[in-house]
Design a protein around this ligand. Structure first.
Ligand SMILES: NC(=O)c1ccc[n+]([C@@H]2O[C@H](COP(=O)([O-])OP(=O)(O)OC[C@H]3O[C@@H](n4cnc5c(N)ncnc54)[C@H](O)[C@@H]3O)[C@@H](O)[C@H]2O)c1
Length: 247
């Protein structure tokens, strides 16, 4: 029997990058996967391709920061499947600038997607999870939320917030069979990082003890562990997946 057979997993930001890989791997291990994203075409393409490979996947177009939309997705999933076992809060954006040049709308946009998005979807799923006395929530944080990064005050604050949110919710729901943890990736090769200038990429590489960038599958492995029965006594924790970049 596959590890996640019978489980229902919501993955936000699943149209590409880390979220897409997490969704594909959960489906490959038997979960029925609910993909959430704002990029409708890509979302449908990923859901279709998972189905073609024999997995169970459905796409829901929603902005994670829209609490009403999150509630609608959760209600639709419970109506269709009768349960929500996993939530992976992965959707995230960057709007980098040094603080002196950072526009208020860049601050607001990053906090809205990266932090309010976690609030919206966690709030929408926590009631059914508590009702079932079972649930796993994983927030995708970032090394930057732990160590800080010049030019990313908005992003770093949102990711530190993701960790504090997870630890707080973990305390609220620990006795109800629901765990809440974070995975904090370092530099992972995706669309989010590929457009960085070459000198910035080189500076990162110099700073990473393993001397290589991570891949989405490296993050997915840690997420799957936290969603699995092997992690059933782990809550309120952060697993770093960063090649030793921050320890
Ligand atoms: N790539 C890295 O090096 C790295 C490092 C640390 C943390 N992370 C985090 O991992 C997560 C995934 O990053 P990625 O590199 O795959 O990025 P990505 O840009 O390739 O993918 C992010 C996905 O989120 C979706 N999204 C953005 N705003 C949304 C919204 N409002 N509602 C719903 N979906 C939305 C995008 O459409 C996209 O599909 C993010 O939270 C990011 O902050 C990435």
């Amino acid at each position: 029997m596959k590890r996640f057979e019978g489980r229902v997993s919501i993955v936000t930001g699943a149209s590409q990058g880390i979220g897409e890989t997490i969704a594909r791997e959960l489906a490959a291990e038997g979960a029925a996967v609910v993909l959430v994203d704002v990029l409708e075409d890509k979302l449908e393409r990923v859901a279709r391709s998972i189905a073609e490979e024999g997995g169970r996947a459905e796409g829901h177009v929603a902005d994670v920061s829209d609490t009403a939309a999150a509630q609608k997705v959760a209600e639709a999933v419970v109506a269709a499947h009768g349960r929500i076992d996993h939530l992976v809060n992965n959707a995230g954006i960057t709007r980098d600038a040094l603080l002196m040049r950072m526009k208020e709308e860049d601050w607001d946009a990053v906090l809205r997607v990266n932090l309010k998005g976690i609030f919206s979807f966690s709030k929408a799923v926590v009631r059914p999870m508590i009702g079932a006395k079972y649930g796993r929530i994983v927030n995708i944080a970032s090394v930057v939320g732990l160590m800080g990064n010049a030019g990313q005050a908005n992003y770093a604050a949102s990711k530190a917030g993701a960790v504090a949110f997870a630890r707080s919710l973990a305390r609220e729901v620990a006795a109800r069979g629901v765990t809440v943890n974070c995975v904090a990736p370092g530099y992972i090769q995706t669309a989010m990082t590929e457009n960085l200038p070459e000198d910035v990429k080189k500076a990162f590489l110099d700073f990473i003890p393993m001397k290589k960038f991570g891949l989405p599958k490296d993050v997915a492995s840690a997420v799957k562990f936290l969603l699995s029965e092997d992690a059933s006594y782990i809550t309120g924790q952060v697993i770093s997946v960063n090649g030793g970049m921050y320890m």
